[in-house]
Design a protein around this ligand. Structure first.
Ligand SMILES: Cc1ncc(COP(=O)(O)O)c(C=O)c1O
Length: 428
């Protein structure tokens, strides 16, 4: 613990406490689906840098692409002059967009992609209003935080944020499709008229909200509403995209075409990259120079992204996502039938997005118990991030390249951490 203690002391003296860390450790190196901390402890990685490392740490194709691009040039700024990797990433996004005649623009972070998706929708429709959902997470910048449907800690102390944002209930958080649609109808009458609504933004599978998938009928109804009122439908695939749910984009499970998709996280293979891909008529509505940034679409990040696109398909990682998810889900559901696993509440799986709610009594979620399990699992040797609209969900986001032995080891540690201590009247 010597090196950890030293870094903890330096951190306390140098880093703002608001830049917080779930696990009190410091990484020294990483490979595939394994991490080692500065004191040599090893962990199975079920966090993947918050669903970024779909290809795992240090994938040879990603490293080779980064090294080749670094040798050529690292930064020239797209607003100054073009470069091929930027165009190639846009082509790759357009080719995978579930709608025709797509155009793309690149940024650096997910929050920026969300900001720009809303900007495009507002400019193209000449309207201000935006509808987002309870439990949503869209980022930490002011507009992205305003869209996120959970107050603490994102919006604490900075409310009210931007005007024109209204939250509707997400089906799965205290309501179903019918209830959520009735609430939308109410919003259109009471708070934000449809002809003042520029966009509806939704995560097809909520990430921070607890890996809750929007029901297919709900997505179909949203598409119909958007068509009827000229509203731009934005899918935030920053956490759910790039093969994680078993399809390239999670929205492909719903068989609907959104108007804009926001991407980030996994696209850069570990380097910062994000973007939006949308219908040409929308994407070209903003004036030249309205979208972009000094580092937006950095060439090294783009080169890395091209290796990511290629490797997802070449290594069959979408099928692998289904396999990983099925293995995790089966093990967790089987454990739930065994003595000692009363903490496991509802289990959800969308490809390799696997989560379960933690309860301390049937139907009663427990944020405290969730944090305890994450800490105990860390001690045993697996890292993951809790999440959830009510902070009581364990989410598992393993690299899609993880092998079966590591997968088995990680789940074993997770279940051991979840199991309550055996009591005298309970079989071991
Ligand atoms: C669905 C979703 N949208 C947006 C973001 C924000 O991305 P970033 O942290 O890169 O700004 C996140 C990050 O977790 C996310 O999960």
């Amino acid at each position: 613990m010597i090196e950890t203690e030293k870094l903890t002391a330096r951190r306390a003296a140098a880093v703002a406490t608001s830049a917080a860390t779930t696990h009190p450790l410091y990484i020294a190196r990483a490979s595939g689906a394994e991490l080692w901390d500065v004191d040599g402890r090893r962990y199975v990685d079920f966090a993947a840098g918050i669903a970024v490392l779909n290809l795992g740490h240090g994938h040879p194709a990603v490293r080779a692409a980064i090294e080749a691009q670094l040798a050529a040039y690292a930064h020239v700024a797209f607003p100054v002059n073009g470069y091929e990797p930027y165009i190639a990433v846009c082509e790759a996004l357009n080719a995978r967009a579930p709608f025709a005649d797509a155009r793309s623009a690149l940024f650096t972070t997910g929050a920026e992609a969300v900001e720009n998706a809303i900007k495009v929708a507002r400019i193209a429709t000449a309207r201000l209003g935006v509808i987002a959902f309870s439990g949503a997470f869209h980022g930490r910048t002011q507009l992205a935080a305003a869209l996120s449907g959970k107050i603490a800690p994102l919006r604490t102390g900075v409310q009210p944020l931007l005007q024109g944002v209204v939250h509707a209930p997400f089906p799965g958080h205290g309501t179903d499709t019918e209830g959520a649609l009735a609430s939308l109808d109410e919003i259109f009458h009471a708070a934000l008229a449809p002809d003042q609504t520029a966009a509806i933004i939704i995560e097809p599978v909520q990430g921070e909200g607890g890996f809750v998938a929007a029901p297919r009928e709900f997505m179909l109804a949203l598409r119909r509403l958007c068509d009827a009122h000229g509203i731009v439908l934005i899918a935030d695939e920053i956490q759910s995209g790039f093969g994680r749910t078993g399809r390239f984009f999670a929205i492909e499970h719903h068989d609907i075409e959104p108007d804009i998709i926001a991407v980030g996280k996994a696209i850069g293979g570990g380097l910062p990259l994000a973007g939006i891909v949308g219908r040409a008529a929308l994407m070209n509505a903003a004036s030249p120079g309205a979208l972009g940034g000094t580092f937006a679409g950095n060439p090294v990040s783009c080169a890395s992204a091209l290796a990511v696109f290629d490797t997802i398909e070449r290594e069959g990682l979408m099928a692998r996502a289904e396999h990983i998810g099925a293995v995790m889900r089966n093990r967790i559901e089987r454990a739930r039938t065994e003595p000692g696993f009363t903490a496991i509440g509802a289990v959800r799986q969308n490809g390799a997005m696997v989560a379960f709610d933690v309860v301390d009594a049937p139907g009663r979620i427990s944020p405290a118990r969730t944090a305890e399990i994450a800490a105990r699992a860390r001690e045993l040797g697996v890292l993951f991030l809790p999440c959830g609209y009510r902070s009581s969900t364990i989410r598992l986001s393993a690299p899609l390249t993880i092998d079966d032995a590591l997968l088995d080891e990680g789940i074993g540690h997770l279940l051991a951490a979840t199991r309550a201590p055996v009591t005298a009247d309970e079989p071991a």
